[in-house]
Design a protein around this ligand. Structure first.
Ligand SMILES: [Fe+2]
Ligand SMILES: [Fe+2]
Length: 251
């Protein structure tokens, strides 16, 4: 069944009502948290990056994440919400992503791991039934391609001499990312998003798509998925299909 033709499009803020509006605001809030926290990570990394090239890229990415954040602020304001008040509820960026902001290795792992997880979610929002949101996400995804390219470059660079250190930080950051960026892989919220077209693929599918893509860059340089015990320690809920991918390249 082609759900995109059977689920009605919501064209304007006024048409977004009831439960649909509540879920939309929850999803946008989660994205706004991620975009603003990421803007702060890249902003801080201007001071931490080892080369001018990396500092310039960090500044560019910080600006782009700020623009993404502002798009979400505007979309939320159009729905009658107060974006400043929403942002004020977010934990500090370092706690939100569970990383060290002043450590270049952490930023490199973040760039490869966390930022891309966000993009995979945004691919869903680009096809969302809420048209004002879907329209804006094309620009965001184009920027994100550049961020990920740099994330992959950084991975390759670190893999030459410091793969073990990269692996250690990755082991910590991937379980947190799965939990923070994707949420629970099943349940009523997931069903609601699929039924109303707020998302087109299930969380399980999006998570698996992300891990498949990551695996494609990890395998050639020798980076492995973290041991299963670390996902369990972080209380990440994993579907059997997701577990299979993680176990296909174990450390
Ligand atoms: Fe972004
Ligand atoms: Fe990004």
């Amino acid at each position: 069944m082609n759900t995109s033709t059977t689920i009605p499009t919501v064209w304007s803020p006024a048409e977004a009502t009831g439960e649909y509006r509540d879920m939309l605001i929850r999803l946008m809030t989660r994205q706004l948290y991620a975009e603003t926290a990421t803007a702060e990570v890249f902003g801080r990394s201007i001071g931490v990056a080892p080369t001018w090239r990396e500092k310039r890229l960090a500044a560019e990415f910080a600006l782009e994440e700020t623009q993404h954040s502002q798009m979400l602020c505007d979309l939320l304001a159009d729905l009658g919400e107060a974006p400043e008040a929403i942002i004020a509820q977010r934990p500090p960026a370092a706690n939100f992503w569970s990383m060290e902001l002043d450590d270049w290795l952490h930023i490199a792992v973040f760039n490869f791991t966390v930022d891309r997880a966000g993009s995979q979610q945004i691919m869903e929002y680009r096809q969302s039934s809420y048209a004002p949101w879907a329209e804006k996400m094309g620009i965001v995804l184009a920027d994100e391609e550049g961020h990920y390219e740099n994330g992959v470059d950084n991975l390759r660079e670190f893999a030459k001499q410091r793969l073990d250190e990269f692996q250690q930080v990755f082991n910590h950051m991937l379980p947190v990312t799965l939990k923070r960026a994707f949420g629970r892989p099943h349940g009523a919220d997931n069903d609601f998003c699929l039924r109303t077209g707020l998302k087109r693929a299930s969380t399980e599918q999006v998570m698996n798509r992300y891990l498949h893509e990551m695996r494609g860059y990890m395998e050639p340089v020798g980076l492995k998925f973290p041991p299963m015990a670390l996902f369990e320690a972080e209380k990440v809920e994993l579907m059997p299909s997701t577990r299979d991918i993680l176990l296909s390249l174990p450390s």
